[in-house]
Design a protein around this ligand. Structure first.
Ligand code: PXP
Length: 262
């Protein structure tokens, strides 16, 4: 069942919006890349990330996140095609600004694209995309994706100048990188959290939708959930690894319970 509906955000632009957040309800997007990472260990067909996406949706998540990396280390082109056919909630394609990947996104037409930096040697995405130094390239990609009806979110550091630039180059949303907060030693955590709060407030004030993600887990997610401007959390590793012990459906439900406590 699709939770999509259209919302006018300005006189000139219509964006796709999902579950309304006016009552403070937050959305959870689950990143299923690491189901494919497990499959790639044996280069077979099991476990299938598309089947995992169905379980995640059945558990109540609001969307599926998948990163088609340039090196195809986990999600591959066929996974993405099958996810597009199968996902009934909201497909968020994490992607670099590489022209080959942009062309695939335009052909696939996920509901949303999240632009991220990508380095071949990294274990996972390291830090936000520097949209100030990449301004022209990123703006060009945003224009192309939006022309194809894809909503664009930029994964950036919680930094006022980066957020200002996201607005200037017409992103629909930003995803604040929470990795530094997640990895900070106890005495640094509040400083990182304060920066995320300030950034979220500023972004919402200038009309950007605010998402957050990276490194969030069952222990550290609540302070991020408590930031009123954060509409959506995108979480992968902690949920997929928790699934080893409690099953995927339960792992998603436990996270949903933290994101929208009764
Ligand atoms: N959001 C973005 C933009 C990401 O790149 C990632 C990692 O793929 C995530 C969220 C999820 O991060 P984690 O797997 O640490 O929960």
């Amino acid at each position: 069942m699709k939770r999509l509906r259209n919302r006018r955000i300005s006189d000139t632009e219509t964006v796709v919006e999902r579950r309304p957040i006016s009552n403070g309800v937050k959305r959870l997007g689950v990143n299923i890349d690491h189901i494919a990472t497990l499959r790639q260990l044996r280069k077979g067909t099991y476990p299938d990330p598309v089947k995992a996406a169905r379980v995640v949706e059945r558990a109540g998540a609001d969307g599926i996140v998948a990163h088609l990396r340039e090196d195809r280390r986990h999600i591959n082109d066929n996974d993405l095609k099958r996810l597009k056919e199968s996902v009934t909630t909201h497909l968020n394609l994490e992607m670099s600004i590489d022209p080959e990947i942009v062309a695939i996104a335009i052909k696939t037409k996920p509901e949303q694209a999240t632009l991220v930096p990508e380095k071949r040697a990294e274990l996972t995405t390291e830090g936000g995309l520097d949209i100030i130094s990449l301004k022209l390239k990123v703006r060009n990609v945003i224009d192309k994706l939006k022309d194809s009806g894809i909503k664009v979110s930029l994964f950036i550091e919680p930094d006022i100048c980066q957020i200002d630039m996201a607005k200037e180059i017409n992103a629909n949303a930003i995803e604040l990188h929470t990795g530094r907060y997640a990895n900070a030693a106890a005495k640094e955590k509040n400083k990182e959290l304060a920066q995320i709060k300030k950034s979220a407030r500023f972004a919402a004030e200038i009309g950007l939708a605010v998402f957050a993600g990276h490194g969030l887990d069952y222990e550290n997610v609540t302070p991020i959930v408590n930031i009123p401007e954060v509409e959506e959390l995108n979480i992968g590793y902690s949920i997929i690894t928790r699934a080893v012990f409690v099953g995927l459906e339960n792992a998603v439900k436990e996270m949903l319970g933290l994101i929208n406590p009764r």
